[in-house]
Design a binder for this molecule. Structure first.
Ligand code: NI
Length: 184
């Protein structure tokens, strides 16, 4: 097991289309996933795509804690650690919603990103089985964010209004001032 180095925005590995995994049950893929899980736990993120750790393959992992799901207004109780090999995403409605996103490849920053609120996604498991799931809201957002990484897309590329993109520390200060002004 190993904690892998995370590529940051600007690195070529984050800009390319990642390759399909030919054999999801291959031991090398299992080893990649094991290291990705360890890296994600160390970084305390919600999700991680293989290109973020310099592996240009179509593999993502994510996990949504129950507390986070309820904080985001989702009705579900979080999502257990999921490993998606060769995932596909299909919107199930035209409805979009904006929400704050951050990314381990863009440390310290966050932005307001519109995403489809209701999707279906399919993927292969490490056993080679095919799985389909439906997702809404925060769950759908995380899947779209992670799968974008496989096509060389980082969330700032999805932000229509770049005044809503910045450093988390500055964001929270601005939010704090706005709250104080509202209180005054
Ligand atoms: Ni990301």
């Amino acid at each position: 097991m190993a904690i892998l180095k995370i590529a940051r925005m600007g690195h070529p590995v984050l800009k390319q289309r990642a390759a399909e995994v030919e054999d999801p049950s291959a031991p090398v893929i299992r080893a990649v996933v094991r290291n990705m899980i360890e890296t994600l736990e160390d970084a305390e993120g919600a999700g991680l795509a293989a290109p973020q750790v310099h592996i240009p393959l179509r593999v993502v992992i994510f996990q949504i804690a129950p507390a986070r799901a309820s904080e985001e207004g989702d009705e579900d109780e979080g999502v257990a650690l999921s490993v998606l090999v060769n995932p596909t995403v299909e919107p199930l409605s035209d409805e979009m919603a904006s929400g704050i996103e951050a990314c381990l490849s863009i440390p310290g920053m966050a932005g307001l990103v519109p995403r489809h609120t209701h999707i279906r996604y399919g993927f292969q498991t490490l056993e080679g089985n095919t799985v389909e799931r439906e997702a809404r809201d925060f769950h759908a957002r995380v899947v779209q964010h992670e799968c974008d990484h496989l096509d060389g897309i980082l969330y700032p590329m999805r932000i229509p209004d770049l005044t809503r993109f910045g450093f988390v520390e500055e964001f929270s200060r601005a939010e704090r001032q706005r709250t104080e002004q509202a209180d005054a």
